[in-house]
Design a protein around this ligand. Structure first.
Ligand code: RFL
Ligand code: PHB
Length: 391
């Protein structure tokens, strides 16, 4: 098989890149190791920045998002049994975020790709990336049990944190920056209307809690839990009791309970691989960087990468100039490190570490108090949360 751009991975990064290239008349082939149902139902992100919404709409992938997505003009910070609303548009010159699940973004992009775009092969596992340094790179892959090879002008590794693309960078050019956290998130999906109409980020001595949603009738909730926790170790009643404790306020706010339909545990990690390009191989999305989910940045960063890359590839093909491709890694990394900084800060602000003492707890409360009472501190949070420009 031959194509112009070989894309490994059909998560949001790979699917959106294929869509953007198709709209610009550039051929691509997407290889996805898993089957379609798996990719469409993997529970992950829920928050789209304004810039991400604009990109999806401009790519012709915004019809259902515009109908079913929920625009949110605020988030709530909860601490010390108090509530503070951060008014996003008021602090950012009108920017907001949209609740529309990653599963739905992927479903929309897959449907469009299969209808209008180039080949998208499911159960096609890339085994390696070869020859990225010169000539035409190749991707050997196994498709439904048969071995094959994809030859391309460029390969883009959109294969997430556990993919094979990053390993094709020689050790001498790779630099990895990493932090792990001494806690994880237990995430649940529940068939109950969200107990608040905006997201609630709660800091509590017992641990962080987050109230989010998937639709007006489905809640998405998270609890900070110790590393190594098994989702099955928490029965539903214990989960609701713990959420209630951590989210409790002094006013008459109440947490509604309902049937829990899914539980999973997510480890927390910060990770950046530099550079994001080697020869004719490019990395995009989680293949190049991971943020802890507290800042809701992972999916939005993946979108930023592929918008930058699509623009650069199209520029190279229409003008012959490699300038934008040469700048790809540095351009993305500037935005990536801002998101890493914000995601780390939000995580440290809201999660008591297992070995933290009362002093650290008081510091977290002082930081939250500062955000709640100081417009410059609150604006800093609102600007980062709604997103850095795609530039
Ligand atoms: P993905 O989504 O991991 O997709 C990679 C794809 O590559 C495939 N693959 C291969 N295919 C072929 N051959 C191989 N050898 C392959 N190896 C892997 C995989 O099957 C998969 O389909 O990466 P991508 O596209 O870069 O997208 C990144 C996002 O998925 C991720 O950053 C977000 O989900 C992070 N995230 C959030 N981001 C946000 O912007 N807002 C949020 O609110 C948010 N919440 C979250 C999150 C991530 C979470 N978890 C589970 C880590 C909440 C959670 C709990
Ligand atoms: C989610 O709805 O899954 C979600 C929302 C906000 C976050 C992380 C996850 O910061």
């Amino acid at each position: 098989m031959r194509t112009t751009v070989g894309i490994i991975g059909a998560g949001p990064a790979g699917l959106l890149l294929a869509r953007l290239l198709h709209r610009a008349g550039v051929e691509s082939v997407v290889l996805e190791g898993r089957d379609r149902a798996y990719v469409e139902h993997r529970q992950r992100a829920g928050i789209l920045e304004q810039g991400t919404v604009d990109v999806l709409r401009a790519a012709g992938a915004g019809r259902r998002m515009d109908r079913e997505g929920l625009r949110h003009d605020g988030i709530e910070l909860r601490f010390d049994r108090r509530r503070h609303r951060v008014d996003l548009p008021a602090l950012t010159g009108g920017r907001s975020v949209t609740v529309y699940a990653q599963t739905e973004v992927c479903k929309d992009l897959i449907a469009l790709q299969l209808e209008e775009g180039g080949p998208l092969l499911f159960e096609a596992e890339a085994l390696a990336v070869e020859g990225a340094e010169g000539g035409r790179p190749r991707v050997p892959f196994r498709h439904q049990g048969r071995e094959d090879e994809l030859e391309c002008d460029y390969v883009v590794g959109c294969d997430g944190f556990w993919g094979v693309s990053r390993a094709a960078f020689p050790a001498a050019v790779s630099r990895v920056f990493e932090r792990t956290y001494p806690y994880a998130w237990l995430g649940v999906l529940a068939d109950v209307a969200p107990s608040h109409d905006e997201l609630v980020y709660a800091r509590h001595d017992r641990g962080f809690a987050l109230l989010s949603m998937r639709s007006p009738s489905v809640s998405r909730l998270y609890l900070q839990v110790p590393v190594g926790t098994e989702a099955g170790a928490w029965d539903d009643e214990r989960i609701w009791d713990e959420l209630e404790r951590r989210l409790e306020t002094d006013d008459d706010w109440r947490l509604e309970r309902g049937p829990i339909t899914q539980k999973s545990v997510t480890p927390m990690r910060s990770f950046v691989h530099e550079p994001m390009r080697h020869g004719r191989l490019f990395l995009a999305g989680d293949a190049a960087h991971i943020v802890p989910p507290t800042g809701a940045k992972g999916l939005n960063l993946a979108v930023g990468d592929v918008v930058t890359l699509a623009r650069a590839l199209v520029h190279e093909r229409s003008t012959g100039s490699p300038d934008l491709l040469d700048a790809y890694s540095a351009t993305c990394l500037r935005r990536v490190w801002q998101a890493e900084r914000f995601s780390c800060d939000m995580t440290a602000l809201l999660h008591p570490a297992p070995d933290a003492g009362d002093f650290e707890g008081r510091l977290q409360l002082a930081r939250l108090e500062r955000i709640a009472t100081t417009p410059s501190a609150e604006t800093d949070l609102a600007e980062a949360y709604t997103g850095f420009p795609l530039g």
